[in-house]
Design a protein around this ligand. Structure first.
Ligand code: AMP
Ligand code: ZN
Length: 470
């Protein structure tokens, strides 16, 4: 497949380090609160990438960390640890909220058909690895101790900025808005590998280390977890675009300094879900969750469908109106699949291969999921038998993850089930028809209202009156 690589700033043919095998690393959630649907957009698009690679026959190993320590309020190593802040907010221990929000995160993923990764590693479980890597970075001169903390020395690198096409000055820590400069740093982009001395006394989680009791920096967690489970060469590193700098930039700096060779070949960054008032963010307090979508009556897969309709490298604007449009389209799609006959006719293999090739071409071009969805509609419109259509829909859905065949089967079952009170409804509709014929509009309207109160909506057309429960 072709994948846009943020590190080379171009679309490239994807070639894994080891033929047939793919290692994929994803920065997992910082578990101090629920994931918002913006965070989940990133995981969802990464899930499609993983599923597409499997569809192409690769053996994929997906690794995810759980950030339960070290992620400070500012990505530039300042402010309070987000986990400590979350624990205070809820009057619980850090480990209690970590467990609660990790479980909540994976429950949300399940509802969105996001597959559970092969490896899930909480950051607190890897302290010995951080110490080993930091010790080597100190020994080889890539790190230094200052003011009680251990820092990575970015001046030792030939190239520090990897992703951005921006002016270095704009991105340099210390000049970004709201970030105070840490005077222990030798260079403004240096970052903390191990904290022993922080501004706050109540850091809940601390471990012994050669540099004193303390805790790891956020960036070292991802490098070490990735290297432990994927080895020295990682194929794809994923994350939201906000993580490109400084988080991923620092991951590359320390991993390559430690390994002494290039580390991760492809970087896939998902752009943000925004609302009309800007980027959705957990730290702003109010945000949209999967549970909120459900409370409002949306199937979480409607949100998945909404995300698939746009490209992952473009910002996506969320509004209830946009989601409603996705809901209408998704429900129609399920209804069209449900309307396919069960006829066990033989699958037209030649046609199926043609449509599959079109789907692979679409999604394989830098994960163009909206064209992938179009390929699905093309199948529904095609002049091929229903058995072939069903086979293709099931096949494409291995990548799209919209549960189309399951939802269609459920819809058929619902429609086939005897409807309670149907006789009474039909009788009222007949009575209304009589009233209309007699031009007794008051009675006809009263019956319509009565049906509405019973939760039944009627629609008149030239072919008669149909009804649905709402
Ligand atoms: P966090 O839990 O804050 O560590 O973030 C989890 C993931 O969500 C990271 O990959 C972020 O880059 C990503 N992310 C954060 N905000 C958004 C957003 N508004 N839209 C899409 N992805 C986001
Ligand atoms: Zn990370």
């Amino acid at each position: 497949m072709k994948l846009y690589n943020s590190a080379s700033h171009k679309k490239e043919e994807f070639v894994p380090h080891e033929p047939g095998k793919v290692t994929m690393y994803t920065c997992g959630p910082t578990v101090y609160h629920f994931a918002h649907i913006g965070n989940l957009r990133s995981y969802l698009m990464e899930d499609v990438l993983e599923k597409f690679l499997r569809y192409e026959g690769y053996d994929v190993k997906r690794i995810m960390n759980i950030t339960d320590v070290g992620h400070l309020a500012s990505d530039a190593d300042t402010g309070e640890d987000k986990m400590v802040k979350g624990a205070k907010r809820e009057h619980k221990s850090v480990m209690e909220i970590a467990k609660f929000y990790t479980d909540a995160f994976f429950a949300d993923c399940k509802k969105l058909n996001i597959k559970y990764p092969e490896v899930v590693q909480p950051a607190t479980g890897m302290i010995d690895d951080y110490i080993k890597v930091i010790t080597k970075l100190l020994d080889t001169g890539y790190a230094y101790v200052a003011g009680g903390n251990v820092y990575f020395d970015t001046s030792k690198l030939e190239k520090y900025y990897v992703f951005n096409d921006h002016d270095e000055e704009d991105l340099a820590v210390g000049v970004r808005e709201g970030v105070e400069e840490d005077t222990n740093k030798r260079n403004k982009n240096d970052f903390v590998l191990w904290f022993t001395k922080s501004k706050f006394e109540d850091q809940a989680l601390k471990w012994d280390s050669p540099w004193g009791v303390g805790y790891p920096g956020w960036h070292i967690e991802c490098s070490c977890i990735s290297m432990k489970y994927a080895g020295e060469y990682l194929d794809i590193h994923c994350g939201g675009i906000d993580n490109a700098f400084p988080h991923h930039t620092n991951e590359i700096a320390q991993s390559e300094a430690y390994l002494g060779h290039p580390w991760c070949k492809y970087w896939m960054h998902v752009h943000h879900l925004n609302t009309n008032s800007g980027k959705m963010s957990k730290s702003k307090g109010e945000f949209l969750t999967v549970s909120l979508l459900e409370e409002k009556g949306y199937d979480p897969l409607v949100y998945r469908f909404f995300c698939l309709q746009s490209h992952y490298r473009k910002g996506l604007v969320f509004s209830w109106e946009n989601l409603d449009n996705a809901k209408v389209a998704y429900d129609k799609l399920v209804a069209r699949v449900a309307a396919l006959s069960d006829d066990p006719a033989p699958v037209d293999e030649e046609a199926a291969a043609r449509y599959k090739a079109a789907f692979i071409e679409a999604v394989g071009n830098d994960l163009n999921t909206s064209l992938g969805v179009t390929a699905l509609y093309d199948v529904l419109k095609a002049d091929i038998n229903d058995a072939t259509k069903r086979a293709l829909i099931g096949s494409f859905d291995q990548v799209l993850g919209l549960s189309l065949l399951e939802k269609a089967a459920a819809l058929r079952e619902k429609e086939a089930a005897p409807v309670e009170g149907a006789e009474e409804i039909e009788a009222l509709i007949a009575k209304r028809l009589e009233a209309k014929k007699a031009k007794d509009w008051a009675t006809a309207d009263a019956i319509r209202d009565q049906l509405k109160e019973m939760g039944v909506e009627i629609k008149d057309s030239k072919d008669g009156t149909t009804w649905t429960r709402v």
